[in-house]
Structures are given as C-alpha cells and as structure tokens.
Write a protein that binds this ligand. Structure first.
Ligand code: ATP
Ligand code: MG
Length: 237
C-alpha cells in the first residue's frame, strides 16, 4: 500500500478570471509533517481549500489514500480523517469550550477514538481551565488551541493548520509549536502554514514553497537552511 495520505496533481484554481493555482502538485505521506510556505497571496490557503473541495479546482485531481476525491464534497473528504483549522480559526463563539469540543467529536477514518475530551484537555491545560467559558471569551491563542482541539476530536490522520500562530504573542506561539511537536510525535501527519520560517523549519520533515501559484521548492526542510539566498528571494526572510 502506498504511503501517500493526501495528494493533488496538476491543480489549476481560479477566482473568477484570476488564475491563482497554476498546475500545483502536492502530497503528504502518513505521519509526515510538511510546511507550506510562501509570501502573502501566493496561493497557500487556496491550495488547502482546493484539496478539501472548499474551492473547486478547474483542472487537476485530488486523491486520499490513492482513491479519487476530485469531485467529492468537503464533508466527504474530511471524513477520510482530515482535521482542518482554517485561517482566522473556526470555533463557535456562542458555545462553551466543552460544547465546541464535544460537538466536533467523531471516530477517525479507521474507527479509532484516541482523542477523547479528557485527552484534549490534558494536551491543552488552558482549555481545561476555561471549560465553561464561551468561545467569544477566549483570547486569540486560546481560540487557536480550541480550533486545534476541535480538529483533534475528529481523530484525524492528517491535521491541516492554516496560519497556526498568526497574530499570537510570541509566548503563546511557542505553546502552539510545542503542541504541534506533541501531535507530531503521536504519528498524525500535519500540513502547517505559518509566516515564522525559523520556528517552523526545525519542526517539519519537508517544505513546499509556492510562488504565484507554482511550486518552486519541494524538498527536505533541512536543505533550505543552506539556501539562504533562495529562501530570502521567495520568502523574504
Ligand atoms: N475568495 C477569493 N476571491 C477572489 N480572490 C481571492 C479569494 N481568496 C483569495 N484570493 C486571491 O487569490 C490569491 C491567493 O490567495 P491565498 O489566500 O490562497 O494566498 P495565501 O498564500 O494563503 O496568502 P496569505 O499568506 O496572505 O494567507 C491572492 O491574490 C488572493 O487575493
Ligand atoms: Mg492564507
């Protein structure tokens, strides 16, 4: 059996007449951690949304574990074991922390229920302290933790974090990175989008860089360390 969990090939995505993804190939293996990088507006979120069917690619295909999901609706794709934390987060402000978590709960694609409410609260002690607070009462960092917690409650094989630490204070961002490290050690595959290149790189196996809707790099994260000029050119860091 192939090791590829999620793959896209030849994706072309448009918003009206604006051609945003220009033939993107992307894949992630089981248990792998991949950074998806690129400057603002290069198509990172659009690639994630195109693979999840939130935005429809005009050309190209999407496979989950080798099966074709190109035309499948989003809820069917995510039921294959994908937890998605969108940019700007996705929590219910009118529900409590506990309700947010419990509502998201379901068995994974293999029927496993490894992530219980107790385990998520043990992973995020800050959420345990605020269990009865409304989503709207949480700080930005706590909302991000709740979004990740909600994704874990679906027992995913793949977690997708779009802008994992955007707008968070450095100390809170550090907590999020620590949690990502913990999640990685459990064997869940993760795609992470984040502007913090130096925090992200040591955490991932592989990096993919998008420039104007095209992949300009797909390779070992550690190899990027020596390519300072290339990184500066495409990421501005
Ligand atoms: N719903 C939309 N309608 C029209 N254009 C859009 C829409 N969403 C994104 N775009 C445009 O598509 C391009 C790619 O956007 P996308 O959000 O995928 O970039 P990104 O790499 O995620 O950027 P950022 O780092 O700012 O999140 C940008 O030019 C953006 O303005
Ligand atoms: Mg984005």
């Amino acid at each position: 059996m192939s090791n590829v969990l999620l793959a896209a090939s030849g994706l072309h995505t448009y918003y009206a007449t604006s051609h945003v993804l220009r033939g993107v190939d992307f894949h992630i293996d089981r248990g792998e951690t991949v950074a998806l990088m690129g400057r603002n507006g290069m198509g990172k979120s659009t690639l994630l949304k195109s693979m999840l069917g939130i935005v429809r690619a005009r050309h190209g295909s999407v496979q989950v574990r080798g099966a074709d999901f190109t035309k499948a609706p989003t809820h069917v794709i995510v039921r294959q074991g994908i937890g998605y934390v969108p940019e700007g987060r996705g929590i219910f402000p009118n529900l409590s922390v506990q309700e947010n978590l419990v509502m998201a709960s379901r068995a994974g694609a293999d029927g496993g229920c490894h992530w219980t409410l107790e385990r998520v609260l043990a992973t995020f002690p800050r959420l345990a302290e605020r269990i009865d607070n409304g989503g709207w009462q949480l700080s930005g960092g706590e909302q991000q933790m709740l979004s990740i917690g909600r994704a874990l409650m679906t027992n995913p094989d793949l977690l997708i974090l779009d802008e994992a630490t955007e707008g968070l204070a450095p100390a809170i961002a550090k907590e999020i990175w620590q949690i990502v490290r913990e999640i990685r050690s459990t064997g869940i595959a993760t795609i992470i989008v984040d502007k913090n290149f130096s925090a992200l790189l040591p955490l991932v196996d592989r990096a993919v860089i998008l420039v104007k809707g095209e992949v300009v790099y797909d390779g070992a994260a550690k190899d990027l360390r020596e390519r300072k000029e290339f990184v500066h050119q495409h990421l501005g860091v």
